[in-house]
Design a protein around this ligand. Sequence first.
Ligand code: AGP
Length: 602
Amino acid sequence: MCGIIGYIGKKNAIPILVNGLRRMEYRGYDSFGFSIADGEGVFTFKKVGKISDFDSSLLGLKGKGQTGIAHTRWGTHGEITEKNAHPHWGSKKNIFVVHNGIIENYQQLKEELEKEGCKFASQTDTEVLAHLIEKYFQGNLEEAVRKALKKVQGTYGIAVIARDDPQKIVVARLSSPLLIGTNDGEYIIASDPNAILPFTKKVINMEDNEIATITPDNFFIMKEREPETLEEGEAEVDKGDYPHFMLKEIMEQAETIANPLRGRLIEEEGLAKLGGLEPVKGKLKELKRLNIIACGTAYLAGLVGEYMLEEYAGIPTEVDYASEFRYRKPIINRDTAILAVSQSGETADTLAAIQEAKEKDALTLGIVNAVGSSIVRETDAGIYNHCGTEIGVASTKAFTSQLTVLALLALFLGRQRELSLVMGQRIAKEIKRIPKLVEKTLTVDAQIKELAKKYKKYDDFFFIGRKYNYPIALEGALKLKEISYVHAEGYGAGEMKHGPIALINKNFPTFAICPSDSVYQKTMSNIEEIKTRKGPVIALATEGNKDIKKIADDVIYIPKTLEMLTPILSVIPLQLFAYHMGVLRGCDVDKPRNLAKSVTVE
Ligand code: AGP
């Protein structure tokens, strides 16, 4: 989390800005900086280190001015260097920006701007904003900011000043807090009320999609509401060289898992840093129970989360289909938190279940991909997946980013409780390795394609797994059903002998998820039971396991990792199997029949 602050009024800005930064230092303190409109232009000062060690008298006569912005950084993109400290400016040094949040599509915007001749000085996502606003600047700063933000995906609280439109600060907010403090013809803006208190108690809490223009005489707020007409092609996110969005989104999972991890793991302290939970950190520490609610694939992510949260955070956790939760009489009280998991953030059943929980005073949290969506606005706090827009109707990269965020949450809550420093470090270290292990897992695509050819004529499949991989068995079955319309059932492997095994014969293959984990031997026994009845078995095993080849008809290997993280890897071959089966059977894998990407009706 970073801290931003701005001042416009009758006093010299620097002492007010420096004091405000000091009051936000807890949010981020690897570097700081400020830009002051000093009457001749804009004076900028940036430094690596803590603001508490800074003596503004060293500036001498420089930086005298009544309009300024400042920033204290906790880096998410780019090392801790002076160049990466905020404020950032455009090539013409007209526009100066401080930013709190993440610009998800900054790489693409940066490439476009560089093609137009922009020269970048830093590795940050924020600098893209400065160049973009400068590109659209034609004398009116708020108009330039408005046009630039239309191109941006992500979260932001920003403050902007311009050399060529002085005596003005423009601020904008999307899912990152921003307040305007007023005090008799003086204005202060900040991302944290702590920085405003010494100055005034009268504040306006900006809302999402609002842009405010502040001058020494007044301020006005504009709400971005007019509908946009998508240009041809703009609605279609680029498929690149892939034949389908689903395959592209499966194959980009190493990156879409790295994104939600960015800036959120403190390995040396074995901690997860989840800025979106900061406002409710105290309540989470007192939490006694957690109730995860979701639908479809998101519900299955919740089931994996149950194992993680109970094993590593020691919190009793229940998981409900949102459509069921709202009609049963759930026991909810003030020590219960509801955690809604939703890619779209608009699923009607999940939204309704949140409302039900709020009636009973429960703390409501969200794990959501769509920035600024209804579930984000309805919940008290939450964590973004940051996996980018998911176009394929079947949830793939959103699912693995949900699992990743749930692992971070288990680490966060665990370290608030009994989870030791050493175990926290071990988990953080292993989570950090996951993007590389995903990359390695994705290399099975060619093998899976051959497997789909071998099994494309079969009309019935079982998927079985235990413990962390029981929900993955359910997800594998759901994926195959919704993408290739083939009948598939997921079961806990231990359940086979309680009925389902009656269906086993040579025409009823079973995917058995059987990594070398704490329940490996148990699952191997279930595979033996199936083979005894002539059922074909496709086993998913940990690389190096030769024994399993002796009994399974086909074996797909995944890398070894912590048991709680295997689901992120084991689901990938199942996603690919569903995809290739769907293609071979001539299905529309990106828009399967009868389905919708966001189920906004009950
Ligand atoms: C996933 O493959 C399905 N398309 C569907 O089950 C989806 O997961 C479910 O509708 C929940 O959507 P949400 O994550 O946007 O809330």
